[in-house]
Design a protein around this ligand. Structure first.
Ligand code: ADP
Ligand code: MG
Length: 558
């Protein structure tokens, strides 16, 4: 039978080389990756069969089997999921540039700095959508036999991971789905032992809802029920974590695990996680979330628009609806009113739990970690979601001039308001990219002298929400770089620091001279109370764009 030989894309070749020579001690994670793929393949077919029931005719029970063969020294992982045809094999396991490849390599070399080269943490691999290649950690040769559901032709893909692979027609492919044969390297005989395989499955794949059968054992090695359907009291932290890794393509610990069932007009179960580390794609322009939608335990789609607000896109996990119709098409989903209701319920619950963390004096440092990772994303909600504005303002944290000049403590707006000076109405802030640079700004001199706190707002998004959120509890937000930021009514902290008045007429002369010299370059020249050491500073007029925003937009246009 005809067989084509094709080359891996150069980057994939390099990745395979690293994987094959890895001295990483927990090679067993390859099994987690292959089982995860097999489970995804079953989910995909179950979804497809909703509209095309003939695809699963004759064999409607999904399963994953692990078969060790001691004589041949092979381990076979088989599933009766969606399967792959020639083009799928070439595209998914071969030539197409996978966006994750480069990201994975970059993450590896970052992590490797602290370690010896060979011990690179290959377990990260699944996070970047290249988990299949982890098979080459334990196998010198990998064969994939596959037949796509609904198609007659079967295929075989094979590679030794050294730059190329072959793909050709095959009569040995399973009736439906994929069979992956790993020819184990010397010294990897561990993976031929049934009990060892069972314990790895238990460790990493217990939450997989499809039964995983090992060897001749008829009892699945995993619990084989969807984790989110089990009672909270029966789920260990370790199981939650493994599920988070699987569903979130992540390898950090969850910072927060939220598991609840919404009851009432709509019923849906949620198992959502807030990651501890920032996902690498958080600031991609699409602002897509990655939460998976299920309907009565059937996987429908990942990241449907309208289920999770963009400002919560760091959430990972599963939402399982009891009410949506099973045959809801992915395209029609976003217009479904039930989805909008679920979105509101989820946002409320997540923000409520965050508020509890934020209010808890004991979890200050913990909340600060969350804020450093995701504060900039949450702030998008300030202008995108009016209903949640008050809650989001309560969650907001910023560095400020309080407690020293360098601003090393995150403060809340409530803290700020509590420290306002007699006669102070507004919440003052300064925007810019770099906190340290902001702290040196001459605009702060007068504020420091009067003991008036100024917030450092250093995220690009700050310029945007400040356009639409004009106040917090009757206190207007005011930029210290604007004309209107006037401290005349604020009583000075230290009486000796009242502004020393210069003789009126000499100042008037100076102002006139400056106006004459600068001409059209400035709108106005005036005296101000805001400076102490510096002679002059630039401010924007009350109704004009803030200086930092103006600079940002100019830089953008270039
Ligand atoms: P990811 O699972 O993150 O997409 P992988 O490298 O693990 O990345 O797998 C690459 C792709 O290969 C999958 O997205 C899927 O399309 C395909 N694939 C892998 N294993 C299977 C399988 N057992 N059945 C069907 N498709 C598979
Ligand atoms: Mg995978």
């Amino acid at each position: 039978m005809s067989e084509e030989k094709l080359s891996f894309q150069a980057e994939v070749s390099r990745l395979l080389d690293i994987v094959a020579h890895s001295l990483y001690s927990e090679k067993e994670v390859f099994l987690r990756e292959l089982i995860s793929n097999a489970s995804d393949a079953c989910d995909k077919l179950r979804y497809a069969s909703l509209t095309q029931p003939e695809l699963t005719a004759g064999d409607a029970t999904f399963r994953i089997t692990l078969t060790p063969d001691t004589a041949a020294r092979t381990l076979t992982i088989a599933d009766n999921g969606i399967g792959m045809n020639r083009d799928d094999l070439v595209e998914n396991l071969g030539t197409i540039a996978r966006s994750g490849t480069a990201n994975f390599m970059a993450a590896l070399s970052q992590k490797a700095e602290a370690k010896k080269d060979g011990e690179k943490d290959v377990s990260l691999i699944g996070q970047f959508g290249v988990g299949f290649y982890s098979a080459f950690m334990v196998a010198g040769e990998v064969e994939v036999y596959s037949r796509k559901a609904g198609e007659t032709q079967g295929w075989r893909w094979t590679s030794d991971g050294k730059g190329s692979f072959t793909v050709g027609e095959s009569d040995d492919a399973p009736a439906r789905g994929s069979r992956i044969v790993l020819h184990l390297r010397d010294g990897e005989d561990d993976y031929l032992q049934t009990y060892r395989l069972q314990s790895i499955v238990k460790k990493y794949s217990d939450h997989i809802s499809i039964p995983v059968l090992v060897g001749d054992d008829e009892k699945p090695a995993n619990a084989a029920s969807a984790l989110w359907t089990r009672p909270k009291s029966e789920i260990t932290a370790e199981q939650y974590k493994e599920f988070y890794h699987h569903v979130g393509h992540a390898f950090d610990d969850p910072w927060l695990t939220l598991h609840w069932r919404a009851e009432g007009v709509l019923e849906y179960t949620n198992l959502l996680f807030i990651p501890e580390a920032k996902p690498f794609d958080l600031f991609e322009p699409e602002r897509k979330h990655r939460v998976k939608l299920y309907v009565r335990r059937v996987f429908i789609t990942e990241g449907p628009e309208g289920l999770i607000p963009a400002y919560l896109r760091f959430l990972r996990g599963v939402v399982d609806s009891e009410d949506l119709p099973l045959n809801v098409s992915r395209e029609m989903l976003q217009h479904n009113p039930m989805l909008a209701k679920m979105r509101t319920g989820i946002a409320k619950r997540v923000l409520g739990d965050l508020a509890r963390k934020a209010d808890d004096a004991d979890s200050k440092a913990d909340y600060a970690r969350f804020w450093e990772n995701f504060g900039a994303v949450l702030k998008e909600g300030l202008y995108e979601e009016r209903e949640q504005r008050d809650t989001l303002l309560k969650l907001l944290r910023a560095y400020s001039t309080h407690g020293g000049t360098n601003g090393d403590e995150l403060v809340s707006l409530e803290d700020y308001v509590g420290r306002m000076k007699p006669g102070q109405d507004a919440i003052y802030y300064i925007t810019g990219e770099d906190k340290a640079a902001l702290a040196r700004s001459p605009h702060l001199e007068g504020f420091r002298a009067k003991g008036v706190e100024v917030l450092f707002l250093t995220d690009a998004v700050d310029e945007f929400w400040l356009q639409s959120v004009t106040q917090y509890k009757d206190h207007a937000f005011k930029s210290v770089t604007r004309g209107g930021a006037d401290l005349a009514n604020v009583t000075a902290e230290d009486k000796n620091d009242e502004t020393p008045k210069a003789p009126e007429d000499s100042v008037a002369d100076l102002v006139a001279l400056a106006k004459l010299t600068l001409g059209d370059a400035v709108k106005d020249v005036r005296t101000s109370e805001r400076l102490r050491e510096s002679a002059v500073c630039l401010v924007a007029d009350e109704g004009d764009m803030d200086i930092h925003l103006e600079r940002m937009l100019k830089a953008h246009r270039r």
